[in-house]
Design a binder for this molecule. Structure first.
Ligand code: B12
Ligand code: SF4
Length: 554
């Protein structure tokens, strides 16, 4: 049953808890809802998927269950990315009073199977299902769970275990990405080399009608803040900086810059303590415009994920901003931009959609996510479409993720064409603008040139760190991209050549030497990767099993 308030578990915080994500493998078609086009990856799934061997490949842990584990005092295991066998093994090797399963909507078939397995292998366990899957209308009839939790899970689990739900949130030290691969090379998972993930809040008060995260955590005007103030956030970041030896943070907050007071206080503290941090953030255009470029740079904003939508759409977050101008400006200040464009909005037609995609591509962002306009269960848009009788029957939830085909009847575009336009958007962006890695190199160089002599040592240090990569490994990559891209678009290849020359003019010795020494090797690795991908090579994340408060469990 869907629950908000429940009785405390009879064993209170002595209950043993298993928290698991859904099982893999993911990047294959199977009866549980895995899909080859839906790998457990961010970039290759929805951003760089048309970029072949230049696509950025990496995995991200399931942060929701890591957050819950860190904030309960019960003995608790987190099992992340298990196989079905590993899940079965854990259920039988240990007795669990509570089995929590975390899932998003596409994976509801896996949740069903996992509930079945728990009933069979650990019949005394209480099954709790949380995450976005809980938003499916009638989900209780689809899965055999005891509790289905909508919304924020830390407070729910604390209540269920009889703990103080209002206690301060402890933030786990999370390495943001793992097993990064690009151009056929797997980068070493060195401590400190990858950003740490910080989650200041969940939800977003903007309440766009299609937005699933906003709807799930309360909708328009609502969200759940884990850290209200810049002081709290600074303290968490300092601790994690030390634990993971990082200076770079992936800030997982739907609209970080919207909370200006908190961000400006964070900046003040960073300045006082001389912190030269890099922050990757999600932010809407109107929130970005609340800051001067210098403020953004001083705050260490080095990557922004920004919704571009359509020049004709009615979403208030853009408010007539010239998002092309904003993108250009951000990049000129060394801030990488990841644009996000929705394909198949209500006003799109076969006649205007190509032009709208061209406008999106013309933003020349570093990265570009394209997504189909998708009514997702739990959102106002889904309700509206259901009321209008426009949801297509018989679309498997495993295919409702915005990277395949429409799940609703569009006024002007057919289901089949939705996929064609989406695929074309990814291709067009790649073909016109080149590999994202090349575009990032452009942004890094612009930032370095502008800020290398900046009076604030924190700023100089940050751009210095970034440009170090450009003068070595990235310049090797430029050499390879220039060669390989001739086959795709000669014009872009020439632009890459020009950039490489500029980099080599700035760093004549290091950049030239590394390109000459390592270029042929990287070219070989890139071509080998291209062949592997053509043969259907996919990547899967490793399984993690982590226990907390475990000793006291006996
Ligand atoms: C990191 C991430 C990923 C990672 C992997 C995550 C993982 N290990 O599963 C990657 C990049 C691989 C990924 C892939 C995909 N993702 Co994703 N992803 C995210 C992202 C950016 C952050 C998730 C997160 O950690 N949030 C912060 C934590 C704290 O929040 P949370 O996970 O929701 O958890 C809270 C509650 O939900 C609840 N809860 C969660 N689990 C449980 C379990 C129990 C027992 C309980 C009680 C409570 C509970 O408590 C938590 C704390 O409050 C979200 C966007 C977002 N802002 O959340 C999208 C998001 C979850 N992804 C989404 C989608 C659609 C996908 C993809 C299909 C790609 C795509 N086409 O968009 C693929 C699916 C891959 C697959 N095969 O399953 C959608 C889900 C939509 C939906 N309604 O189901 C989201 C919301 C993005 C969006 N706005 O559309 N994703
Ligand atoms: S601004 Fe972005 S995160 Fe916020 S509601 Fe709109 S789409 Fe969702």
């Amino acid at each position: 049953m869907k629950t908000t308030q429940v009785e405390v578990h009879p064993k209170g915080n002595h209950a043993r808890v298993l928290l698991s994500s859904v099982f893999g493998p993911y990047a294959q078609d199977d009866k549980f809802g895995s899909r080859s086009i839906n790998p457990m990856e961010l970039y290759h799934n929805q951003v760089t998927r048309a970029q072949g061997s230049f696509s950025l490949r990496m995995f991200h842990r399931s942060w929701g269950i890591m957050m819950i584990q860190e904030n309960i005092s019960a003995p608790c295991s987190v099992l992340d990315f298990p196989t079905r066998e590993a899940f079965a093994r854990e259920l039988t090797a240990n007795h669990y009073d509570i089995v929590g399963i975390s899932s998003i909507i596409v994976n509801v078939g896996k949740v069903r199977e996992m509930c079945r397995m728990v009933r069979e292998l650990s019949p005394d366990s209480v099954i709790v299902v949380g995450g976005h899957v809980a938003a499916i209308p009638g989900v209780d009839a689809m899965i055999d769970a005891d509790h289905i939790v909508c919304g924020e899970g830390i407070s729910w689990m604390r209540r269920y275990l009889g703990e103080d739900e209002h206690a301060p949130i402890r933030h786990p030290a999370i390495v943001s990405g793992l097993e990064t691969r690009i151009m056929g090379i797997r980068l070493p998972d060195r401590k400190g080399a990858t950003a740490a993930t910080i989650i200041p809040s969940v939800g977003c008060p903007m309440g766009c009608n299609f937005c699933t995260t906003s709807a799930f955590f309360g909708g328009k005007g609502k969200f759940v803040n884990f850290y209200e103030t810049g002081d709290e956030l600074f303290e968490v970041m300092c601790r994690i900086e030390g634990e993971l030896r990082v200076s770079s943070f992936f800030v997982m907050d739907e609209n970080f810059l919207l909370h200006r007071t908190r961000a400006m206080r964070l900046l003040e503290l960073m300045k006082q303590a001389g912190k030269s941090w890099e922050l990757s953030v999600f932010a809407s255009a109107n929130a970005i415009r609340k800051y001067s470029m210098l403020e953004l740079v001083e705050l260490g904003i080095s990557w922004v994920w920004m919704g571009l939508e359509s020049p004709r759409s009615s979403y208030s977050k853009l408010q007539g901003e010239d998002s092309r101008q904003l993108t250009r400006e951000l990049r000129e200040h060394g801030i990488r931009v990841q644009g996000s464009t929705i394909v198949g909005l209500e006003h799109h037609t076969p006649d205007n959609i190509v032009e709208e995609i061209e406008v999106a591509v013309d933003h020349q962002t570093d990265f570009h996510q394209f997504m189909l306009y998708t009514p997702v269960p739990g959102t106002p848009l889904y309700k509206e479409m259901a009321e209008q009788g426009r949801l297509l029957p018989d679309v498997d939830f495993a295919d409702v993720h915005g990277q395949y085909k429409f799940n609703f009847r569009h006024a002007a575009i057919s289901r089949e064409d939705s996929k064609r336009f989406l695929d074309w958007a990814f291709w067009r962006d790649f073909e016109q603008n080149g590999p994202s890695l090349y575009r990032m190199c452009q942004t890094i160089l612009q930032g370095w040139r502008r800020y290398k002599d900046h009076p604030d040592a924190r700023v100089r240090e940050r751009f210095g760190r970034e440009v170090k990569k450009l003068s070595s490994a990235y310049n090797v990559a430029l050499w390879v991209m220039e060669k390989e891209f001739k086959k795709v678009n000669r014009n872009v290849s020439e632009r890459i050549h020009k950039l490489r020359r500029e980099v080599e003019a700035e760093f004549p010795v290091a950049a030239r030497l590394t390109a000459a020494a390592l270029g042929p090797l990287l070219l070989w690795a890139t071509r080998r990767e291209e062949r592997r991908l053509a043969k259907g090579r996919t990547y899967e994340p490793p399984t993690f099993l982590e226990r907390r408060n475990w000793v006291s469990a006996s």
